[in-house]
Design a protein around this ligand. Structure first.
Ligand code: CMP
Length: 140
């Protein structure tokens, strides 16, 4: 297993409920290190750009509106097999289908307000991290 980095976003539904610390504790308990982190509010153009891969999907407009509706915490997680490990911690996209003990099962409200985002491949992770962080902001 290689040490990887992945882009994580704690979404507006979770920041609104003051869950940043509880979610971060799960990452750290799973030996993912938070090597960069900032709380921002995306504007609609930034959300559209970040989720452009989904622009043909029916949910794209609502998703981007939601992601721009409040603060998010963007972060880089680093660790062995970080991309898959984070996806295991998050659980299924739809909280209703997520396994017990996953972040989305415990905190997610709906398929849209599902509390967290995580990169799905090394290529995506590299692109997503570069959307929010420069090299000098990532301190391993
Ligand atoms: P995320 O991991 O941020 O990637 C894309 C997001 O689209 C996903 O989590 C969901 O929150 C959101 N989404 C909304 N509706 C759907 C849907 N029908 N299928 C998949 N993702 C959806």
């Amino acid at each position: 297993m290689a040490v990887e980095r992945t882009l994580s976003i704690i979404k507006p539904d979770a920041t609104a409920r003051n869950l940043t610390g509880q979610i971060n504790a799960r990452f750290e308990a799973a030996e993912l290190r938070i090597v960069a982190q900032k709380r921002i509010r995306m504007n609609r153009e930034q959300a559209d750009m970040f989720y452009a891969v989904h622009k043909e999907r029916a949910f794209y407009g609502d998703l981007c509106e939601f992601m721009a509706s409040g603060p998010v915490v963007v972060q880089v997680l680093e660790g062995e097999d970080a991309i898959a490990r984070n996806r295991e911690l998050m659980g299924d996209t739809n909280p209703a289908n997520a396994d017990e003990g996953t972040i989305r099962k415990d905190f997610g409200e709906s398929i849209e307000a599902n509390s967290v985002h995580g990169s799905d491949s090394p290529e995506t992770a590299e692109w997503e991290i570069a959307c929010f962080f420069s090299r000098i902001e990532i301190i391993g």
